[in-house]
Ligand binder design. Structure first.
Ligand code: TGC
Ligand code: FAD
Length: 390
């Protein structure tokens, strides 16, 4: 029974969370068990986002939930991490929806926007009355967003955008896009509303991973964005990269939830599945070794995420810390999920069990928000002082 789910608590990690953290986590855990998980098999088969959940994200305060004011929940970074973990226990695409809206759309409006922009957009984004997306990646600029070709030029009353963005989560279903473009050689952010002349979107189909998440291209052809829609306080690449740090923080927590879901499935499967007419898989040394490795790695990932949360709460978190945990925890989750898939044998290849879906999702999660290589290079630069990107 899905309601019997309990996350791994091998080192009594739960004693390190506050009562409020656990209360918030339990509300989201219940939501994911009762309302999210039952929709996923069909949504994944159809390559569709379960749109009926969107108003529930707003009602439960899951969007932009660490922001204070503007009808946002104002929860702590550690509570937020646990929320991401529960959502990703359901599916990485569900966590993606909420983390894009919060970290990549609401965060830049909150941090770089004018007060008028905050008042106009944040309360509606928090309640899911508006959906947003984040356009940074381009066909020829993924890991190197500084190579973007999208341009803005000044025209009477605003800015004219030309260019294309690719691989954009929620692009086609969004009411507004945060779009990054070069203006006078400097990267700037623009709020582009759906329906603006010259702005079109197209859906990208055929993904074998993150199938419940909508992925799109954004096209700008002489698209005029009004003067009041430029983000006044973001100048340079550090604007979008600052948003990525927020989103990577959520991912580094979230993937622990996906790994937990796979461990949980593998443990129960191994206890039931009798091998060679003798005893359950869990009674063989090889079976136990695989389960123990999962416990070992998930526990380390959980503790790393928690320490990252503590650094954030005390204002000491740096982007290179987040890179280390995003890189470690995505790799950990991918390895755990592949091992779990193996333990389920043929059943590990069908969607009656969540494992193959999580495993394929993690291929994407390990790539987006900075590939594993990029995070390795960020940490490499931090410890040596020598950038090796170019
Ligand atoms: P570099 O010269 O290192 O930095 C330029 C300026 O930015 C500052 N900075 C950061 N600031 C905040 N947070 C960070 N993480 C930062 N990283 C760098 C830096 O201090 C500098 O500031 P200043 O004041 O000196 O101007 O820039 P670079 O061009 O060498 O690039 C560095 C690199 C490769 C690490 C960066 O480009 C990078 O992170 N690339 C990966 C791109 C990426 O992650 N894209 C993600 C797109 S969004 C997405 O995938 C959403 S998935 C959504 C979902 O969940 O569905
Ligand atoms: P590339 O940059 O072409 O990388 C290809 C390979 O080269 C990788 O193995 C990489 O690690 C390696 N590599 C790159 N640079 C170096 C280097 N310097 N040294 C050594 N190796 C290197 N983007 C957005 O802006 N908004 C979104 O909402 C969004 N959502 C996404 C949703 C999905 C489902 C996916 C798959 C992607 C999404 N992305 C989004 C894009 C994502 O961030 C990029 O795909 C990612 O940053 C990698 O870029 P790339 O695909 O162009 O790969």
């Amino acid at each position: 029974m899905a309601t019997a789910y309990e996350s791994l608590n091998y080192m009594d990690e739960e004693s390190l969370f506050s009562e409020e953290d656990l209360m918030i986590r339990n509300v989201v855990r219940d939501f994911v068990t009762k309302e999210v998980i039952p929709t996923l098999q069909e949504a994944n088969r159809k390559e569709e986002f379960p749109a009926h959940l969107i108003p529930r994200f707003g009602e439960l305060g899951l969007l932009g939930s660490t922001i204070q004011g503007y009808d946002c929940a104002g929860i702590s970074p550690i509570s937020y991490g646990l929320v991401m973990q529960e959502l990703e226990r359901g599916d990485s695409g569900i966590r993606s929806f909420c983390s894009v809206q919060g970290a990549l759309v609401m965060y830049p409006i909150f941090s770089y926007g004018s007060e008028a922009q905050r008042q106009k957009y944040l309360p509606k984004l928090a309640k899911a009355q508006l959906i947003g997306c984040f356009g940074l990646t381009e066909p020829d600029a993924g890991s190197n967003p500084g190579g973007m070709l999208t341009r803005a030029e000044k025209v009477k009353g605003g800015y004219k955008l030309n260019g294309n963005k690719m691989w954009i989560t929620n692009g086609c279903v969004s009411d507004l896009a945060i779009v990054w473009a070069r203006f006078d050689g400097v990267v700037r952010g623009f709020i582009v509303e759906k329906g603006t002349p010259g702005y079109t979107t197209s859906t990208m189909k055929g993904k074998f991973a993150l199938r419940v998440s909508v992925t799109s291209e954004l096209h700008f052809q002489d698209c005029i964005v009004p003067e009041e829609n430029i983000l006044p306080n973001a100048q340079g690449l550090k604007g979008p990269l600052g948003c990525l740090t927020q989103a990577r923080y959520g991912i580094a927590w979230g993937v622990v939830g996906a790994a937990n879901a796979c461990y949980h499935t593998a443990l129960h499967y191994a206890k039931d599945r009798v091998i060679f007419d003798k005893k359950p898989l869990a009674g063989y040394q090889l079976g136990q070794a695989k389960l123990v490795k999962m416990v070992q790695e998930i526990t380390k990932g959980q503790l790393l995420a928690l320490q990252m949360g503590k650094l954030k709460e005390s204002g000491r978190l740096q982007p290179h810390h987040v890179s280390l945990v995003k890189m470690n925890n995505c790799r950990m989750a991918l390895d755990v999920e592949r091992e779990a898939r193996d333990m389920l044998g043929a059943n590990g290849t069908i969607d009656d069990y969540p494992v193959i879906r999580h495993m394929l999702n993690l291929e994407t999660v390990n790539t987006y928000e900075g590939t594993e290589d990029i995070h390795r290079l960020v940490v490499g630069q931090q410890i040596t002082g020598i950038p090796a990107f170019r």
